[in-house]
Each structure stands twice: as structure tokens, then as C-alpha cells.
Design a protein around this ligand. Structure first.
Ligand code: 9D3
Length: 457
């Protein structure tokens, strides 16, 4: 990821981002930061870059020419997204950060004085962004805020342990309070439950604290959380058919784009996959119109919705039976040589798995959700968790089949999900009878309806 910051105060941005995590990411070459001093591009002999506004009014405006030439110097003939930091812009948010983190190159234009000549803005700016409703002296601090928020989403910038989008129940709530040593400080004891060693009780307490804090400090977020919980409860009336939607919501990744009666459109933020259920064909048609720009996949589980998408020219990628494990008890893992895969194990996986791209598989390994079976040093199979939360990516080498390795991989993977409080589930492609038998052997239940993966064209 490449950032260019166009500014009258480049050292402010350089110095501000040098220490700490962003500075280290620059050193590691994970991101690059190019600051361009707009003043160096003036053609005025005295270095002037501003002038009075036509029509009168207070203050000075930055002139078009130096801004344009500074931009050209940064981008050459490319046309990267160019963001003007201005109080008139759209308020910056985490969802914007996520969207912008997908770009390869970004230009941040920092205003000063009362603003910039409109004509250059019209030629180079693609997005107008504000840091929030308060008045600053310039766009440098907002640019630094944006670089910080976007850069930490770039894979590798944060360590593996604290990955940016860590899966947790608490994604829709504020964080719970935390304590470290000593046990007593200024006469205050660490809450007893945290010393109990009872993980279940600890999780329960933390969730309760998160809810209390959110209700108190951010009633707006709390109302959203409650709405989601109500929806999850409704979906749980038909858990087998709705588990994919419930899990996405429970992970705090599922965003409700529309919900009215039996009409529901959810997008999983981690995978961008949309999930849609509808009361009848007309409402399904309306929901289909609401799919966000750039949606690649929609999961539907009603035949009339599948037909509607097929009529629109969308491809049916696969009909799958949906299986889920509703028990909370860990599954026995009868093959012992199974462990989480690391980057060194990636080539084996990409060499033996053709259903997804290499890039996707590599990302899954980095996310820490791929598990491998070994015979001594030799890898003989693997399993993983897809971005939207389902189990999959299963493979066992021919000569090691029929020995319970796949079963053990499934059990191992399901146990990792159970540890986090999730419901293990998976989509088995129609016709894959051995895999269906395996699910049933493990005690998974099958949903009454198929799920259909539709690819949006
Ligand atoms: C006389 C009108 N002023 C608005 C109250 C104009 C003005 C104020 C402050 C023009 C520029 C600025 C400097 N601020 C920014 O460049 C800026 C900013 C901000 O002030 N608040 C929140 N986000 C941003 S992004 C850029």
C-alpha cells in the first residue's frame, strides 16, 4: 500500500508517523509513505501558494497550480483515489478505512487556509473526507488519522496475534475493562472472577461489562446490538437453515442491510458475501436491487430466490447441503498429528487445493484458521475455516484416506470453533456423499433446505 500526502507541512506527517507501528511497517516495506511539499511546486518567486478569494471574504485560498503540480509529481500518469481532507467531507469511519485499505495507492490532500481553488479539486479529487464535526487548523492531523487507521488493516502491519479484524463476539460492543498486576492497587482489587480460572465465567462477565458500558456510553451502538440479537433469536427458530446468517451476525461481521418481516439482507463484512431470505418473489426482487456495489456472492436457500437470480443471469456456483453441530461438547480427535498451519506450510496447501485462489488460501493461513494433518514431518492433509465462518478447504492425500484423518481434521477444526463459542457448520457440495456421511458420523445435523451460492455478474 502506497500513501502520498500532499501538504504544506510534510515534516508534521513524517514525524508524527515515524515512531510506533506505522513507522515499523514503513521500515518493513509493508507500506510506503511519500510526503510532497506543495510549496516546492509553486512558480512564484517568493514561494507564495495562496491568494485572496474572488468575490471577497475572509482569509486566503490555496491556488490551483501548485496543488496540481504536486499531485502530478506524486502520481505521474496514474489516477489513484485522491482524498481531500476538508470539514465539508463525509465523516471518516471504520467502514471507509476498510474500503480504502483495498486500494493499492492513495493520495491524501491536506488543505490549509480557508480552502483550495475549486477548479483543481474538480480535476483531481475523488473523495471528500472529514475527521468529524469540529474545527482544526488544517488537514494534516486528519490525514495522519486516516493513514494510521488504513495502514493497520494492511496484512502484516499488526502482529499475527492481534490481527485487525479479530473474530470475537464483542465486535458490536465497546471493550470490557482490563486489569494487570498487581492484584491490589490503591486498595482496589482486581475483580474476583478474573482470578478464578473459569473461562466460561470470565467470558460471561466480560460480555456483561461490555453491554453495560455500551448501553451507558453509546446508546446508539447498543440499540444496534440489541436489534441484531433480536434477529439472531428469530433466526434461531429455524437454526439449521439459518446458521450461516446467524454465525455471521454472532461474529459481529454480519451487517444487516435490510430487515422487514421475513425479508432479510445481510452482508458478511469479512468475506463481502451477502445472504438473503425473502417472503415472496417481489420482495426478493427488491432485496436483489439492494446488493452493495461490487458484490460477488449471494447465498440463498429458497428455490424461488435462486430462480430469480438465475433469471437475472447470475450463475449457480453450487448447491450445497448445510450441516451444523449444535452440541457444545468437544469432539474426539482420534488422529493425533494435527496442528495449526504456519506460512511455511502454505505451498503444500496451494499445491493440493484448486477450489480457491492461492491468494485466498495464503490469507486463510495468515489468519490462523488452517489446520494440517501430518505423518511425522510429512503433511498429508488440511482443513480450514472460510472467511464467512464455514468449515471447508478439506483435503486428505489419496494414500492416507479411509483412516479417519478427515474425520479427525473436521473434529479438530470444529473444536477450535467451539472454543471461541461459535457453532461449527459447513457447506457440502451436492453429490459429495463421502463428505455428507462424515458430517453425520460426527453428529452434525443437516438443514432441510439446500443453500445455493450464486455468483453475481
Ligand atoms: C470559515 C469557514 N471555516 C469552517 C469553520 C473554514 C475552515 C475551517 C478549518 C477551513 C479549513 C479548516 C481546517 N480544517 C481542515 O482542513 C480539516 C478538518 C477540520 O477542521 N475538522 C475535521 N476534519 C477536517 S479534515 C480537514
Amino acid at each position: 500500500m502506497k500513501f502520498h500526502a500532499l501538504t504544506l507541512f510534510p515534516e508534521m506527517i513524517e514525524q508524527g508517523l515515524k515512531p510506533g507501528i506505522i513507522g515499523r511497517a514503513v521500515e518493513k516495506g509493508l507500506i510506503s509513505l511519500n510526503t510532497v511539499n506543495i510549496r516546492e511546486y509553486t512558480r512564484d518567486r517568493h514561494g507564495k501558494v495562496d491568494d485572496y478569494p474572488y468575490g471577497g471574504g475572509a482569509g486566503m485560498l490555496m491556488q490551483a497550480q501548485p496543488v496540481y503540480d504536486a499531485w502530478r509529481a506524486a502520481v505521474g500518469d496514474r489516477k489513484p483515489r485522491t482524498i481531500y481532507l476538508t470539514p465539508q467531507g463525509r465523516p471518516f469511519s471504520q467502514s471507509m478505512a476498510r474500503e480504502l485499505a483495498k486500494e493499492e495507492e492513495l493520495v491524501l490532500l491536506c488543505g490549509h487556509y480557508e480552502g483550495i481553488d475549486q477548479r483543481v479539486l474538480e480535476e483531481i479529487v475523488t473523495d471528500y473526507v472529514s475527521a468529524g464535526d469540529y474545527v482544526l487548523t488544517g488537514g494534516e492531523l486528519p490525514a495522519m488519522v486516516m493513514i494510521d487507521a488504513i495502514a493497520r488493516l494492511v496484512p502484516g502491519v499488526l502482529g499475527n496475534e492481534d490481527s485487525a479484524e479479530e473474530e470475537s463476539f464483542h465486535n458490536d460492543l465497546l471493550e470490557y475493562p482490563q486489569y494487570t498486576r498487581p492484584e491490589v492497587w490503591h486498595g482496589k482489587r482486581v475483580p474476583e472472577v478474573l482470578l478464578s480460572g473459569n473461562h466460561g465465567k470470565v467470558s460471561e462477565w466480560r460480555l456483561e461489562q461490555s453491554k453495560e458500558r455500551t448501553a451507558g456510553f453509546r446508546p446508539d451502538l447498543y440499540e444496534k446490538y440489541r436489534e441484531k440479537q433480536r434477529l439472531i433469536l428469530r433466526l434461531s427458530k429455524d437454526k439449521r437453515n439459518n446458521i450461516h446468517i446467524m454465525e455471521s451476525l454472532a461474529r459481529g461481521k454480519g451487517e444487516i442491510l435490510y430487515h422487514q418481516g421475513g425479508d432479510l439482507l445481510v452482508q458478511d463484512r469479512a468475506s463481502s458475501v451477502c445472504m438473503l431470505t425473502a417472503e415472496k418473489a417481489e420482495s426478493a426482487g427488491r432485496l436483489a436491487e439492494m446488493l452493495p456495489e461490487g458484490t460477488r456472492w449471494v447465498i440463498v436457500s429458497q428455490d424461488f430466490v435462486r430462480e430469480l437470480f438465475a433469471d437475472k443471469g447470475c450463475g449457480l456456483f453450487g448447491s450445497c447441503s448445510q450441516y451444523l453441530y449444535t452440541n457444545k461438547v468437544f469432539l474426539p480427535v482420534r488422529y493425533k498429528e494435527i496442528r495449526r498451519l504456519t506460512e511455511e506450510d502454505t505451498p503444500y496447501v496451494t499445491a493440493h487445493y484448486a477450489h480457491d485462489t492461492e491468494e485466498y488460501v495464503r490469507e486463510r493461513v495468515r489468519a490462523g484458521v488452517m489446520y494440517g494433518a501430518f505423518s511425522g514431518e510429512r503433511q498429508i492433509g488440511f482443513i480450514g475455516i472460510h472467511t464467512e465462518g464455514s468449515m471447508g478447504l478439506l483435503y486428505v492425500e489419496e494414500e492416507f484416506r479411509r483412516r479417519g484423518v478427515a474425520e479427525a481434521l473436521e473434529a479438530f477444526c470444529a473444536n477450535r470453533l467451539l472454543e471461541k463459542g461459535f457453532t461449527p457448520y459447513g457447506h457440502i457440495m451436492e453429490g459429495n456423499t463421502p463428505s455428507e456421511h462424515l458430517q453425520e458420523k460426527l453428529g452434525f445435523y443437516r438443514a432441510s433446505r439446500c443453500v445455493y451460492w450464486m455468483s453475481i455478474t
